[in-house]
Design a protein around this ligand. Structure first.
Ligand code: SF4
Length: 379
């Protein structure tokens, strides 16, 4: 999960184990931004993937009570958050504590009933536990985004067996087929490990086959490396570095081609983009702003004349595709949101706080005016 957060936020992540072993109602919410938040629904994992250290570190899965999750989401929305990502090592297993196999789809549908919550995402699902009711909930709940990040790890049944991942290629592709049938606009992404111990050329070709069939919008590819304390680190058949590297380059080249082709299909579409902070590294030089489309594709668009804040929504027509982002001209429309207000308030509070760190030295001059939202109101 930390890797996933590091990937999304493009920076190192730390987490205090103790704070995640139970879910006290007072647990402070992790807030990366004023407009989006992550909400943990479970910790731990009952699987035993041989490359993974999570079962040893986190232990068995513990699910958080649905009422507590929804209360946290509601509290976040009340503070201005419009996008929530539900987090668990294996979100599809959510509910097994209470013997309810459909608990996760019910949770998604319940999030659909929260006023003001515009975007719901989740990560990560496990293909083994993926059930049709989740696909139906995604398709039928308007604020659940048509985006799925579902780790493949390998396309080879033999490697999946060695990884102790109990689905097979056919099941994985079957889920994708059902998701696409229910949501033709769904963007599907994945994680793949190249060079797992014992992976043959034929095994690797099976991974390439799944990548061609699945047509992922994006794939996060990793070269296998030993992780101390995991069963795979002790396995025979470790693959020479040069072989891993050669396969990795072939896989990333194929995925790059597919990502680009899939992005080109988006050109001409009109989408609503949630304006983000810090998503576009070149925004300052190009005078663009950036954000995410509903399917989580990264969109850079020309800065409009009217002010737009992170957390606001803009409607844009996509005009150009690159493998990892899309471009659009100035927005067709700007929707100011409570999330934008919350971002603005945070900025004002941050500025006030920074101004307060003055080593106690008195300031000379007229005090800065309070931000409108901070100013005491007459009642
Ligand atoms: S499903 Fe496998 S990879 Fe994911 S956390 Fe559990 S053991 Fe690790």
């Amino acid at each position: 999960m930390l890797l996933e957060r590091a990937r999304v936020q493009e920076e190192a992540q730390v987490e205090i184990l103790e704070s995640l072993e139970v879910f006290p109602s007072t647990l402070p919410t992790r807030r990366e931004s004023a407009y989006a938040a992550w909400v943990s629904i479970s910790v731990g994992c009952n699987n035993t993937c041989t490359f993974c250290i999570v079962p040893a570190l986190r232990g068995k899965e513990k699910d958080r009570r649905t009422g507590d999750i929804l209360a946290e989401v509601q509290a976040l929305v009340a503070e201005g958050v419009v996008e929530v990502t539900l987090l668990g090592q294996n979100v599809n297993a959510y509910g097994q504590d209470i013997g309810d196999r459909q608990a996760f789809s019910k949770l998604l549908r319940a999030c659909g009933g929260i006023d003001g919550l515009e975007r719901v995402r989740f990560t990560s699902p496990h293909p083994k536990d993926f059930t049709d009711d989740v696909i139906a909930a995604m398709a039928e709940t308007p604020n659940v985004m048509h985006q799925l990040h579902m780790p493949l790890q390998s396309g080879s049944d033999a490697v999946l067996r060695a990884m102790k991942r109990s689905y097979r290629q056919e099941r994985y592709l079957g889920i994708i087929e059902k998701v696409r049938a229910a949501m033709p606009d769904a963007a599907i992404s994945t994680d793949i490990i190249v060079g797992f111990p014992g992976e043959t050329d034929e095994d690797f070709e099976q991974t390439m086959h799944v990548v061609r069939e699945a047509r992922f919008a994006q794939a996060f590819t990793f070269q296998y490396s030993k992780r101390p304390g995991t069963p795979a680190a002790e396995m025979e058949g470790q693959i020479p570095k040069a072989v891993v590297q050669e396969r990795y380059l072939r896989l990333t080249a194929l995925q790059e081609e597919i990502s680009w082709e899939e992005n080109k299909k988006q050109v001409g579409r009109t989408v609503e983009v949630l304006v983000a902070e810090g998503e576009g590294r070149k925004d300052q030089h190009t005078d663009r702003l950036s954000g995410r489309a509903p399917d989580s594709r990264l969109v850079h668009f020309t800065r409009p004349e009217q002010p737009v804040r992170p957390g606001d929504m803009v409607t844009v027509e996509l005009t150009y595709a690159a493998p990892h982002h899309l471009l659009a001209e100035g927005p067709l429309g700007v929707r100011r949101t409570r999330a934008g207000d919350a971002w603005e308030l945070r900025q004002a509070q941050g500025a006030a706080k920074a101004a307060g760190v003055m080593l106690g030295l008195p300031k000379v001059g007229v005090p800065a005016p309070l931000a409108v939202s901070d100013a005491p109101a007459c009642r």
